[in-house]
Design a protein around this ligand. Structure first.
Ligand SMILES: NC(=O)c1ccc[n+]([C@@H]2O[C@H](COP(=O)([O-])OP(=O)(O)OC[C@H]3O[C@@H](n4cnc5c(N)ncnc54)[C@H](OP(=O)(O)O)[C@@H]3O)[C@@H](O)[C@H]2O)c1
Length: 214
């Protein structure tokens, strides 16, 4: 039995939980306001789901998903995620998150900053360029013509492999961008981010076209 610790229970966190529970994962899900505010979601998800505070969700997970507004990155618990794969769905929206100079100037990446915050975890980018509604509706079995592909990136081959397996279970092909230093290619407003539904070949072409800063 594999448990996913989910930090963030909004659009993306709740959709990942829905799909994961349907696939037979256990989930422990958290938000900023406390587990009691997640009672309706947990009731909907059923017996495979529990609500907890973020540190408990992180501790419970065999791996974790961080899916909070990027401005709250510093609040993500560090110690309970040590040694674990952490999937980072986050995007940088300066309108919401405030300006972050190293991102504006192309000197860092969103997931690279989470990796810096979680130095003992294995951070992998995932689910950052799919609308939350599509997570439960757009997956298809492996080998389906025109199957949708999603990008990942990680400094850890183990983490990239885990995301690849999870994407496949969710119904998506994977394009591995490589180390986190190159993950800007799928960040906000780059062609791969903006294009919506893409096959692996289309995603690869769009990743190649990305400008470093926008
Ligand atoms: N929406 C999309 O379609 C989409 C697609 C791809 C990527 N993304 C990115 O994924 C991230 C999450 O997006 P979203 O749309 O799911 O956001 P959202 O709907 O605003 O949900 C954010 C969640 O994070 C929780 N949270 C905030 N601070 C927290 C903390 N310190 N510890 C635990 N939980 C915390 C919030 O809890 P409270 O409500 O209790 O504050 C809320 O449950 C963002 O970076 C977004 O840009 C979004």
């Amino acid at each position: 039995m594999t448990t996913i610790g989910i930090i963030g229970a909004g659009h993306i966190g709740s959709q990942i939980a829905r799909k994961a529970v349907g696939l037979g994962y256990d989930v422990v899900i958290s938000n900023s306001r406390g587990p009691e505010t997640l009672a309706d979601l947990v009731a909907e998800l059923g017996p495979r789901a529990k609500a907890a505070v973020a540190a408990e969700a992180a501790e419970a997970g065999d791996f974790a998903v961080v899916t909070v507004p990027f401005k709250n990155l510093e609040q993500v618990p560090v110690q309970p995620l040590a040694g674990k794969v952490v999937i980072d769905t986050n995007n940088y929206y300066w309108e919401r998150d405030g300006h972050i100079a190293v991102l504006d100037e192309g000197q860092a990446t969103v997931s690279g900053l989470l990796q810096e915050h979680l130095p003992t975890s294995k951070v992998a980018k995932g689910f950052n360029h799919i609308r939350y509604t599509d997570i439960t509706t757009d997956g298809t079995p492996a080998g389906t013509p025109d199957r949708r592909a999603l990008a990942t990136a990680s400094d850890s081959p183990e983490a990239a492999e885990l995301v690849t397996r999870l994407y496949d279970e969710f119904g998506f092909d994977t394009v591995n961008v490589g180390p986190l230093a190159g993950s800007w290619r799928v960040e906000r407003d780059r062609p791969a981010y903006a294009a919506g539904r893409q096959t692996a070949a289309e995603l690869e072409a769009n990743l190649a076209k990305a400008p470093r800063t926008i």
